[in-house]
Structures are given as C-alpha cells and as structure tokens.
Design a protein around this ligand. Structure first.
Ligand code: FAD
Length: 389
C-alpha cells in the first residue's frame, strides 16, 4: 500500500490545522457549552464561504471547469483533520452534503441544474440533506414507511423522518419514500422536497448527548405534493430498481468518512491525554504510558484500514468490506480512546468542562450514524462467507 500525498493535499492539511485550531475548535466548544446548533446567521458560516467551503464540485455543462475532484484518500485525510478539531462543526458546515453524490450520480441533467447550481457559487450559506431514518426504520432501511402516492403527474408524500442533519435549514431535502411498503427495497424512491412546501414540518431539533454544533431534526410530511420532475433520476431509473441502491451507495461512500472522523476524534483524545499527563507529571508512570501506547497503536491501525478503503475507492475496486471494517474499527477506537482519556483525567472529566468529556460524548455517534457497529459487523461477516449483504 502506497499512500502518497500530492502537494495540494499537504497544503490543504496545513491550512486546515490553522483554521481548526483558531476557528473550528472554539466554535465547537461554544456550541457544546450552549447546547445548541450553530445559528444559521452565525458569522462562522460567512467565514466558511469566504474560505471557499459550502460549494459543490459539480459544474453545469459548458460552465467553468470545477477544481479537480480530490481523491478519496485526500478527502479522508482532510475529514480526519477536521474532526480532530471538531466533528460536529464539520457536519454543520454549509454545502450540498450527503445527497450531493446521489444527485451527481443519479439525478437528471435538469435536476442537477435546479438543485446543485445554487451551490456552485452560493450567494449565502446553503444546505441540503438526505432523509432516510424514521421513528420505525433505522438500521433496517428497507422498512421505511414514508408513503409516495402517484397523483396526476406528481406525487403525494406522507410520513415522518427523524435525526436528519441540517433539515430545517436545508434548501431541499432528498426524502427516501416507498410506493408500496409490502414490496421492500424495490419500491423505494427518492424525492426532492423543497423547503417551505405545504405540509413539510414542523421541524423539531433533537436534544443530543454530543455533536451539538450541528442540527439533527425530526419532521413530518403531511400530504406534501411534489412534481414528477422531483423524483430523483426520473421514473426510468426505478424500473432498474435503482432507488434503494442509490441510497445504499450514499452510505457505502460515507462509511470511510465516518471512520476518518472517528480517527480524528481518537487522535484528539490521545493528544489531550498526553498533554494532561505531561502537565500533571504523570508520564513517569508506566500504567499511563501503557495506555498512551495502546491508544496510539489502535489509532494507527484504524487509520490504515480507513485509508485502504479510500485507496480501493480511488482505484474503483470493490471496498464494501473495507468500508465497513474501517467504520466498525475506528468507532470502537474512538470510544476506547475517549473513555481511557476520561479515566486518566479523573475528577476533571466529571465536571463536564473538559475537552475529553466532550469528545467522549461526541464519539458514541460514530458507532451509530450511517449503519451501527453491529450492522457493519454483519455486513463484513456475510461478505466473508459469501452470503448476500
Ligand atoms: C447524531 C446522529 C445523526 C444522524 N443523522 C442522520 C441523517 O442525517 N440522516 C438520516 O437518515 N439518519 C440519520 N441518523 C440516524 C441513524 O442513521 C440511525 O440512528 C441509525 O441508522 C440506527 O438506527 P436506529 O437509531 O433506529 O437504531 P435501531 O435500528 O433501532 O437499532 C437499535 C440497536 O439494535 C441493533 N440492531 C438493529 N438491527 C440489528 C440486527 N439485524 N442485528 C444485530 N443488531 C441489530 C443496532 O445496532 C442498535 O444497536 C442520525 C443519527 C444520529 C445519532
């Protein structure tokens, strides 16, 4: 395995270190202290736009060339570095987010123009999000019950979604729904639901144990009418049963990113442990050094598996097992690192004003989002013995 980095990635990593230390970490700590997402009109988001964040790399045909799309490897390293400073702030950042790849890969040209063009050179911070999870369908994404009913040349949507990142501030939400709940995966479709449309909402921002800087919201869809043009990819795609596959490929691409985030959180906990041990003259204690060694070894292992998943993606080779392995492993390492860190700092962790205590609360979600640890282990085991996933 050869993980050579180009100069552009090295420069971006250096710049992100400075941005992370000076801006991201303080913004994340403040949001955590105030136990609320960063407000939509916070000057932080304007700084993001000034920095060139919040944009899509998609370009209209004949438009100015986009910057070369970064390799997966490079994006994973940048995701790790961002999460090192604050994973929730990373997710709070404006941009087309999780559904971007689905739209680029599965949307019609007209949909790309309508829904991605505003993100090419945004006039203000803009968000978009992907809504899969429901109160009755999390891990078993094939069980979603939000109903899509044909109505003339459009569709009527009814259902409820929960824990959807940035939902209330998104320009549009890519909503996963079913045309026939008895037909499982093959009956799923994804629809663009635009903010402000009648029947969408109200949005309720969830109370979370960690990752407070970004909004996770629940909402309902009550007789929401969307035109036929808002069905992702048009009806033809679904004759090829692409609806569920598109949703799953979004998650497959996202798993190594979550793994990279978890590695970033674990690294932050490790650095904080070392800083605390040095400050309190504990580095002479063999038990303390043992912990530091164990966490450091595991962080490196998790990073290697994560980068391997990214490298396979760059070579356009199957990486489902590695993607799941990286997420299962890195989320465990992040939880172990933050838990050891909390033990090391002792009573200071119980007071709730120490970075490690925050990282401990943030780390758990790395095990839950985009497929829990158990689900990743199931995918790995079934793949290893040749069963369908
Ligand atoms: C901070 C946060 C942000 C999120 N953001 C989004 C978002 O933007 N968009 C979105 O659509 N969703 C989002 N989610 C939802 C997330 O994807 C789900 O929470 C996740 O898929 C798990 O679903 P669940 O919570 O319903 O748990 P359940 O599926 O009810 O699972 C409960 C427990 O049972 C275990 N389990 C379930 N099935 C099996 C099985 N077959 N074998 C063994 N064990 C099993 C699970 O591992 C878990 O431990 C977010 C969640 C969180 C916490």
């Amino acid at each position: 395995m050869d993980f050579q980095l180009d100069q552009e990635t090295r420069d971006s990593l250096e710049a992100l270190k400075v941005w992370g230390r000076d801006v991201v970490r303080p913004v994340g700590l403040e949001a955590d202290r105030q136990a609320r997402p960063i407000p939509v009109d916070d000057p932080y988001f304007d700084l993001c736009l000034e920095r060139g964040d919040g944009r899509t790399h998609w370009r209209p045909e004949g438009g100015a060339k986009s910057d070369k799309r970064r390799s997966t490897l490079s994006r994973l390293l940048l995701s790790e570095e961002f999460a090192y400073w604050d994973r929730a702030v990373m997710i709070a950042n404006p941009g087309p987010g999780l559904p971007e790849l689905s739209v680029i890969g599965g949307g019609t040209e007209e949909q790309k123009e309508r829904f991605l063009l505003p993100f090419v050179n945004p006039d203000r911070p803009r968000w978009a999000c992907f809504a899969m999870t429901e109160p009755g369908a999390g891990s078993d994404a094939a069980a979603i019950a939000t109903k899509a009913q044909k109505d003339g040349d459009g569709w009527i949507l009814n259902g409820a979604k929960c824990f959807i990142g940035s939902a209330s501030r998104s320009d549009w939400i890519l909503v996963q729904a079913t045309v026939d709940i008895t037909k499982g995966r093959a009956a799923q479709r994804a629809f663009f639901v635009e903010q402000g449309v009648e029947g969408l909402g109200p949005f309720k921002v969830e109370k979370k144990m960690g990752l407070k800087a970004y909004e996770s919201a629940s909402f309902s869809l009550e007789n929401v009418r969307v035109p036929a043009a808002n069905l992702l990819g048009g009806e033809d795609r679904y004759e090829k049963k692409a609806g569920f596959k598109t949703a799953m490929s979004t998650f497959n691409a996202g798993r190594p990113v979550i793994a990279a985030n978890a590695v970033g959180i674990a690294r932050a906990a490790l650095d904080e442990m070392i800083r605390f041990a040095r400050q309190h003259d504990l580095l002479g204690d063999n038990r303390v050094r043992d912990r530091i060694e164990a966490i450091s070894r595991k962080v490196r292992m998790a990073r290697l598996v994560c980068l391997r998943a990214g490298q396979l993606a760059d070579e356009q080779r199957p990486n489902i097992v590695e993607a799941s392995m990286s997420k299962a492993l890195a989320a465990e390492v992040a939880q172990e690192a933050t838990s050891h860190g909390l033990e090391l700092i002792g009573i200071a962790g119980g007071r709730g004003d120490h970075l490690i205590e925050k990282l401990y609360r943030d780390a758990k979600a790395m095990d839950i989002v985009e497929g829990t640890g158990q689900i990743q282990r199931m995918i790995i085991a079934r793949s290893l013995v040749g069963l369908p996933r």
